[in-house]
Ligand binder design. Structure first.
Ligand code: HEC
Length: 119
């Protein structure tokens, strides 16, 4: 009986610790190795690219994942939120996005999105 109560509790604990770690890892990546900070502010002010405060509210998680994985493909597909972004950036006719990152792993992308959600 005790085990039955303890297991879900432990699972809950691990999940919350894990979520915290993701935000921190994402922040590190944003400021350091991912070089995002070179082009993005974490407020709503524009730098090279848009300020990223609230970006997880205007763009869906699926769009963000796809964008960080393969920005060129998302740009070329030109669907949904991409059309809005092009309008905001006044780049409707441009063949390529200016947003550039090194190849990010799925884990890095998940951490970055967790961090973006916290802005
Ligand atoms: C060389 C500059 C540059 C770097 C480095 C860069 N970006 Fe971008 N990013 C842009 C630009 C510019 C746009 C707007 C679309 C375009 O013109 O390419 C953009 C768009 C975005 C968007 C959509 C913003 C919105 O308001 O819809 C997100 C999210 C984003 N970038 C996240 C990141 C993250 C996370 C990193 C680091 C892994 C990163 N960017 C690195 C320049 C950059």
């Amino acid at each position: 009986m005790k085990k039955i109560v303890l297991l879900p509790l432990l699972a809950l604990l691990f999940t919350s610790v894990n979520t915290l770690a993701d935000v921190e890892a994402g922040q590190k990546l944003f400021k350091g190795g991912g070089k995002c900070k070179n082009c993005h502010k974490t407020t709503s002010k524009k730098k090279v690219g848009p300020g990223l405060a609230g970006v997880t509210k205007r763009a869906s998680e699926d769009w963000l994942k796809a964008w960080l994985k393969d920005p060129k493909a998302v740009w070329t597909a030109d669907e949904g939120y991409t059309e809005t972004l092009k309008k905001v950036m006044k780049k409707e006719g441009k063949p390529k996005p200016s947003h550039k990152t090194r190849q990010l792993s799925d884990q890095e992308i998940a951490d970055l999105i967790d961090y973006l959600k916290s802005l």
